[in-house]
Write a new protein. Structure first.
Lengths: 365, 289
């Protein structure tokens, strides 16, 4: 059981005149005991690097990292009491499943009988008992993934580190394993840091989710808050599927209009716009917060994606001398077809960001 | 104009056609036989009488083991087969052991934890093979003489180690480089020491490659003739020098020399035969997975 703390931790490549690249830049992050924290971001966002810094596989060039208030910044991986599951599982191909799972215990000098017992216990939790004497190459992808999990839980570490552990599984198995993993973490109560590029995975699994972009932490909060109150433009665009409609708007006074239709704004946002010296804003509305009305924004339908319980209608809307694509979610089955003209109204919360800085206006989380 | 629609013809692969396939295997057999024939003839000659071996080539003769008996007979004052064989065995095995002990950590450092300028280091290793050995034999000889190592097995162990080390480092490095980095990282996290990572994780995976490398070192050291002749021509010398000593200054010696050559070749052929499968697996990249 452990808390994890990043204090202004940076990973810098290419010092000196060549110009430095900060893969992780001044990361401040507190992870509570027993928490499942997800690090999410696009590729190159530094999420894996941040995890590997915690593992001791990457040098921390600035700042520090603490596990249970112990400064581990300079400690090698073997002294951090952590377990890691890699994307490709990294099972030792020459060893059986049992040997793979017991390897860390063997290094720690645990006796053979104790080792056997602990391995069998973990195997029971993960339904791996029939496979203990097999080699990894004779296992399916899902089984290998479970062995990798087993190798991690056998040692009862302070922290589990997961580096995209599900991305090599097929879609169905991924969803199933996701649930199992959340359940397992809750039962064991061990702190877990989980890296993924898949925002659905992040939202469904994390107690809290930390969004990274270009090595900088954008926002860390509960999935619900990330969704309902994204701190900036990047988070707004990254979280949610299909993505939030983001529309750049030049203000006239304190009103923002899509086409010629004014967007209803909360009072505090209007006030902020009025007192701001910024002229261009981005209006963000999620597809489910748009609907069909009689006198809304006129739009022509380009694509209809029917999913059964809902449909996503992609439309083109005339706006500030051009056209832009707006996606609307429609409940149930729909008769709307390509080429239809519809009228869109705002039926839910609207997010407003400064276009240049990406900062959110109005009440923040 | 009519429009024809037809399914796209698959790109023909050489050998897919039956006739071409037969032709290719015929050619392969011919090439194989051309390479095999000298060895075959050498062996056949070893079982002949001197007069038969020197006469017109024939496969009709009464085979005899007399030549083998002659060459393995110990003559006092001369290098005997038994001595040469045990010298070769000693020099080859000890030098190969040294090579592997030195090359494995070097390859680890060059592939799994590459330090700065590892390419230059790698190039340095192979550059030591650029110089013709004959060009450096003089200083080597003088150094060996001053160290009182002329005519010893030790000098050959040292030189064969130096000779095979670059090759072994290069080969092992390419095998190690194929091992997924995460395996080593997982071992680190599992609390494995550096030596443990090499011994328990890395070596079991690259075993075929290590075996292939060791076998090549054995073969090169076993066949080495120039150093052995220059630095160690007498009592403590190796099999190639012994084969050379079977040449006589008068009379016929083709059959004798053939018998000696067969004996010299046999260990390498047997080792190669046994290790064939592993060696091919090792030498063909992508051995892991």
């Amino acid at each position: 059981m452990a808390e994890v703390r990043y204090e202004k931790a940076s990973r810098i490549y290419g010092f000196g005149a060549v110009g430095e690249v900060r893969a992780v830049n001044q990361l401040d992050l507190d992870i509570a005991d027993g928490e499942l924290l997800v690090l999410v971001g696009p590729s190159g966002s530094g999420k894996s690097t941040a995890l590997r810094m915690l593992a001791g596989l990457e040098t921390v060039n600035e700042g520090s990292i603490f596990i249970n208030d112990v400064d581990v910044t300079l400690k090698p991986p073997q002294e951090r009491d952590i377990a890691m599951v890699f994307q490709n599982y990294a099972l030792y191909p020459s060893m059986t499943v049992a040997e793979n799972m017991g390897f860390a215990l063997k290094q720690a000098g645990v006796s053979k009988s104790d080792r056997r017992q602990q391995v069998e216990e973990a195997a029971r939790i993960l339904d791996l008992e029939p496979y203990l004497d097999r080699k990894p190459k004779n296992l399916s992808g899902g089984q290998r993934q479970r062995v990798a999990m087993g190798r991690a839980i056998v040692r009862s570490p302070q922290v589990f580190l997961m580096d995209e552990p599900l991305s090599n599984l097929d879609a169905k198995l991924r969803v199933q394993t996701r649930t199992e993993l959340v359940d397992l973490q809750a039962r064991l109560g061990t702190t877990m840091v989980y890296v993924t590029h898949d925002q659905v995975e992040a939202m469904t699994m994390g107690h809290r989710v930390a969004v990274l972009d270009h090595g900088v932490l954008q926002q860390v909060d509960s999935p619900r808050t990330l969704y309902s109150q994204p701190a900036n433009l990047f988070v707004a665009g990254f979280i949610g599927s299909p993505a939030m409609n983001l529309i750049e708007v030049d203000r006239s006074g304190d009103t923002l209009s899509i086409g010629t239709t004014a967007v209803p704004l909360p009072d505090d946002v209007s006030a902020q716009i009025r007192s701001s010296d910024v002229n261009t804003f981005v209006v963000g509305v999620r597809p489910e917060h748009l609907g069909l009305t009689d006198d809304g924004i006129p739009a022509s339908v380009t694509v209809v994606e029917e999913l059964g319980s809902e449909a996503f209608v992609h439309t083109e809307v005339a706006h500030q001398g051009g056209t832009l694509t707006v996606v609307v979610r429609v409940e149930g089955e729909t008769n709307i077809r390509r080429g239809d003209s519809i009228s869109i109204g705002v039926a839910g919360p609207v997010h407003v960001f400064e276009a240049q800085s990406g900062i959110r206006l109005g009440a923040s989380a | 104009m009519a429009v024809f629609s037809r399914s796209p013809k698959p790109e023909p692969v050489l050998g897919q056609n039956r006739a071409v396939g037969h032709l290719l295997s015929f050619v392969t057999w011919i090439i194989g036989l051309v390479f095999f024939f000298p060895l075959f003839w050498l062996t056949v000659n070893g079982f002949k009488e001197e007069s038969v071996a020197s006469a017109d080539p024939t496969l009709r003769f009464d085979p005899t083991l007399d030549r083998f008996a002659e060459v393995t007979e110990a003559n006092s004052g001369l290098l005997s087969f038994a001595e040469a064989f045990s010298n070769s065995l000693w020099v080859v095995l000890i030098s190969t052991a040294f090579v592997m002990v030195l090359a494995i950590p070097a390859a680890y450092a060059l592939s799994i934890r590459p330090m700065k300028m590892w390419r230059d280091v790698l190039f340095f290793f192979i550059s030591t093979k650029f110089l013709p050995i004959v060009g450096i034999i003089m200083p080597v000889w003088i150094i060996a003489r001053d160290l009182n190592l002329l005519g010893t097995r030790t000098v050959l162990v040292v030189l064969y180690t130096a000779m095979n080390l670059p090759l072994a480092v290069w080969m092992l490095r390419s095998f190690f480089a194929e091992v997924p980095k995460e395996l080593i990282e997982a071992a680190q996290i599992d609390g494995c020491s550096l030596l443990g990572q090499i011994r328990q994780v890395l070596l079991p995976i690259v075993a075929p490659g290590v075996a292939a490398t060791a076998l090549l070192c054995v073969i090169f050291a076993w066949n080495e003739f120039f150093f052995a002749l220059q630095l160690n021509p007498t009592g403590a010398s190796t099999i190639p020098v012994w084969v050379n000593s079977q040449q006589k200054f008068q009379g016929q010696f083709i059959a004798t020399l053939s018998a000696a050559s067969v004996l010299a070749t046999l260990p390498v052929v047997i080792a190669g035969w046994i290790a064939q499968k592993r060696m091919i697996r090792g030498l063909a990249m992508g051995a892991i997975k």
